[in-house]
Design a protein around this ligand. Structure first.
Ligand SMILES: CC(C)(COP(=O)(O)OP(=O)(O)OC[C@H]1O[C@@H](n2cnc3c(N)ncnc32)[C@H](O)[C@@H]1OP(=O)(O)O)[C@@H](O)C(=O)NCCC(=O)NCCS
Length: 216
């Protein structure tokens, strides 16, 4: 099956939200704010979605210089460090590209991580290794020219599936991420990520068991 048929893309956030309370709250907020009606023009835009290649691993000769997601820290990391980190196995970087020009228009990174026992809610702190192994989803970003067309959702689904595949051979309790601002916390909550309430860096986590239930 082609990868894009297997990806739940735009409906995934809403469906997953029904599974988890934090996500449910997010969905309810959106309903209240009238976001449901706002989906009509989004659906129309979907029909005109700017094409992108399926996600694939970063290559050395990929042109990273023109990538611009309007966030300098994420642009700079990709331009200066993306290939080095990928090539040296610190981070696995996946990209989407403009099919016509090959220019990179989105990327996401996955690497190993750890969660300290003190970070989850108290009832979840018992009977687990300290720290516990996990995966880190970092730097999810798409070019400013292709926003709000579902490309980030496609990259997210691809990367969460990759994490789930990895978990078949390497233990990891979930996928964590560090949202860069509070708006983005809502975006991640729509994918089932929940706060690690005692983490000073305010990571969010979606547990591997949830991903298995959803994608497995
Ligand atoms: C965040 C980002 C990746 C989203 O990309 P995108 O392609 O516009 O996202 P999508 O079109 O797939 O949107 C998926 C959903 O998330 C919502 N969303 C997108 N960006 C959001 C944001 N900044 N805050 C809250 N919700 C957001 C969309 O409304 C959409 O919801 P809907 O389907 O219910 O309408 C993009 O804005 C970006 O690259 N930002 C700069 C880099 C960055 O900050 N990355 C995050 C690092 S933690």
């Amino acid at each position: 099956m082609p990868w894009f048929l297997a990806v739940p893309a735009r409906h995934a956030p809403v469906f997953l939200a029904a599974l988890m309370s934090a996500s449910l709250a997010y969905a309810q907020d959106k309903e209240k704010s009238g976001a449901a009606e706002a989906r009509a023009p989004q659906a129309f835009l979907g029909a005109l979605k700017i094409a992108a290649t399926p996600p694939r691993l970063l290559k050395e000769d990929d042109d990273r210089a023109l990538f611009d997601c309007r966030r300098e820290s994420i642009n700079g990391w990709f331009r200066r460090h993306g290939w080095f980190n990928h090539a040296n196995d610190f981070t696995r970087v996946s990209v989407i590209a403009d099919p016509a020009t090959g220019r990179i228009i989105g990327y996401v990174a996955l690497s190993a991580a750890q969660i300290e026992r003190a970070f989850p809610p108290k009832p979840q702190q018992r009977n687990r290794p300290d720290p516990a192994p996990a995966l880190l989803l970092g730097q999810l970003a798409v070019d400013k020219e292709i926003r709000r067309q579902g490309h980030a959702s496609d990259l997210m689904a691809y990367e969460l599936r990759a994490a789930l595949r990895a978990s078949e051979i390497v233990g990891g309790m979930g996928v964590i991420t560090y949202p860069l601002d509070d708006n983005l916390r809502g975006f991640y909550a729509g994918w089932g990520f929940q706060d690690l309430p005692f983490d000073p860096r305010r990571a969010m986590i979606v547990r591997m068991a949830e991903l298995r239930r959803y994608f497995g």
